[in-house]
Design a protein around this ligand. Sequence first.
Ligand SMILES: *Cc1c(COP(=O)(O)O)cnc(C)c1O
Length: 501
Amino acid sequence: MADPGEQTSEPTSAGTGPEALADRRILDRLGALRAADLPVRGGRTMAYVYDSGLPGIEELASAAAAAFAGVNGLDMTAFPSVVSLENDIVGRAARLLGGGPDTAGTFTSGGTESCLLAVLTAREHALRTRGVTEPELVLPETAHAAFHKAAALFGLRTVVVPVDPLSYRVRAGDLAVAVRDRTALVVVSAPSYAHGVIDPVAEAAAEAARRGVLCHVDACIGGWYLGHLRLGSGAPVPPPFDLSVPGVTSLSVDLHKYGYTAKGASVLLFRDAELRRHGWFAHASWPGYPVVNATLQGTKAAGPLAAAWAVLERIGTDGYTALSLRVHRAVTALVAGVGKIDGLRVLGSPDSSLLALAADGPGIDPFVVADEMRGLGWYVQPQPAFAGSPANLHLTVTAAMAGDETVRKLLSALAEAVAAAAARGPAEPGAAVLEAAAALDPAALTPGEAALALTFAGVGEGGELPERMAPVLAVLQALPPALAERLLPELVGRLYRHAGP
Ligand SMILES: *Cc1c(COP(=O)(O)O)cnc(C)c1O
């Protein structure tokens, strides 16, 4: 065993001294807290978590992260290891996703940070190269919320373009009409989170390029999956969506999704380093150390970077291709199977590993189906109705659930849940609740009114949510978005109330 002063991966809890006992008790308490969470392994949680199903991946990622736990990615000259790891990862992503010798990239903490940086970079590029002082962000209504967050944080006006009501893909012509001289960036998804469909990337990028505007492909969830799927023999080839498409100037791809790496890992690729540098922040006008930040963070954990590098090395291109093929087969079987369930239908025709399941026929409430599924040991994610998209259930299919047996179990659980939901009937908000909500002005809501509205929606004093969420979601869905956006932080604020002093 190493000297106690040396770096060691041996946990102190391996011993029998008082510290070891204390450590074990602390870890037990953490374990007890985790018991209330959704499972992160096994594929039955069909949103938020990604399980490759391969043995030892999580252990490898944890060991790699532990080895880099103390490293600070803030200063790449002090910790050259982070440069090496990041260049390896970005190189892999660039090779997979149509990059060339000029492609440059950045490792970020996740999809949201990648999207934020894509928008920030475009804003600065538009200002410095075209003098755009009131920049706009053109995006389909199906684009990820992260882009609205970026616009809000970085002061861009959003120009939201509706999508085709049947395919849920944006029409390139509609995007083109929205582009103006002050457009900093056009965004398309490959695929969109809500419906799993790929926007017409080539047409959109060509329109953007024709106007001298940058175009970002949000391949956060689909890039790693689709990029490897198309390498597999017999697999469907998705329409071109990556940096090889003329006019595409940046692309985001999350490793903590279909790269099955530990959370905190995404890559943002740019057509070249000259574009990338517009999003960097440098500061030498203070008495401290000279600052160059490629991301939003200062001190930067290197654990997720090391974990991602290790998992990418372990699974490798062939491994990911096999995982993608496995997921693709499961999605095909699920689409066919859902077609045979009376009362459910797939929205659009999914291009990737995500499904949106809506009610087919009256009397079935997807949110009630979600509650029933929860009781059967499955988490499927409710998506409220929005614009032309009806209320539905989102399913992220990962390799861990993609075996024939698990797919069969999921389909039979869905059938059972739909039958139970039909018997129970939809969760409909009461007329009185809706009437009271209609009278509320979100901009002028007092804390008292907000509290009352939450009580009407079924939320407890301490932010506790009822076992069955369908009634709460039904109210949420019926509220004007501005009111929902006022009440949701109120709800979450109730959860985050510290115990002391
Ligand atoms: C997940 C996702 C994001 C945001 O990524 P986070 O890692 O959750 O921050 C952005 N776009 C799409 C399409 C996504 O699926």
